[in-house]
Write a protein that binds this ligand. Structure first.
Ligand SMILES: [Zn+2]
Length: 211
């Protein structure tokens, strides 16, 4: 077991928004109709053909991939996050059309992840310990995913990220989760993280939304 980390360090504004800084305006349609209402205490994000539910406790941000402008159909991110003295949770979904990726990049989910990690590096966030890829499926798409770490104040925040190509909407989807349940006990369970992320993946819709 590692020793606890100082809350004042981990609570820095930078650590709250780890992956992509964003002050983008909340836009996007509200076009999701044919689905059961969210559970009590949850709200539903719908925009750019994407839909998922998140706790009302979480803060939502939507922006372009670089985090400075507004999302568009060809690329963007929506992230939800929560942080208090004991807990950090951040979940994000990105989408990018192949034409928005570098011309020399392969048109694969692996290349889409590398492309995104490039953005994250430019934003000043260091990523370490990218694991081997695992595979799963969502909405009929083949998904690759891996765990990673974000060094912060002498501690490594654990994360998990996956990518796939959505044939129906012609874009790559990427979704990640960062979760620290207890800053006093920073021993990381990547297994627990993987279960949470797979559950989130189950609740995410990447196509089939009217509009
Ligand atoms: Zn899809």
């Amino acid at each position: 077991m590692q020793t606890g980390i100082a809350k004042t360090q981990i609570m820095s504004p930078r650590s709250l928004v780890i992956m992509l800084i964003a002050a983008g305006a909340v836009t996007g349609g509200n076009l999701w109709i044919h689905r059961a209402d969210p559970q009590l205490g949850y709200v539903r994000y719908t925009g750019y053909g994407i839909s998922f539910d998140y706790s009302v406790m979480m803060t939502q941000r939507e922006s372009d991939l670089a985090g400075f402008g507004s999302a568009t159909d060809s690329g963007g991110t929506v992230q939800v996050s929560y942080q208090d003295a004991d807990l950090l949770e951040q979940y994000g979904v990105m989408w990018v059309e192949p034409k928005s990726m570098p011309s020399n990049a392969a048109r694969t989910p692996e290349a889409a992840l590398d492309f995104l990690f490039g953005f994250i590096g430019l934003a000043g966030t260091q990523i370490t310990d990218r694991s081997e890829y695992s595979t799963t499926t969502t909405d009929g798409h083949g998904v690759i995913y891996q765990t990673f770490g974000v060094p912060e104040s002498g501690f490594t925040i654990p994360g998990i990220i996956g990518a796939w190509y959505c044939e129906e909407t012609g874009r790559f989807l990427i979704t990640y989760l960062i979760y620290v349940p207890d800053f006093e006990n920073t021993e990381v369970s990547y297994q627990g993280l993987e279960r949470m992320w797979l559950d989130l993946l189950d609740g995410l819709s990447c196509h089939g939304i009217q509009g």
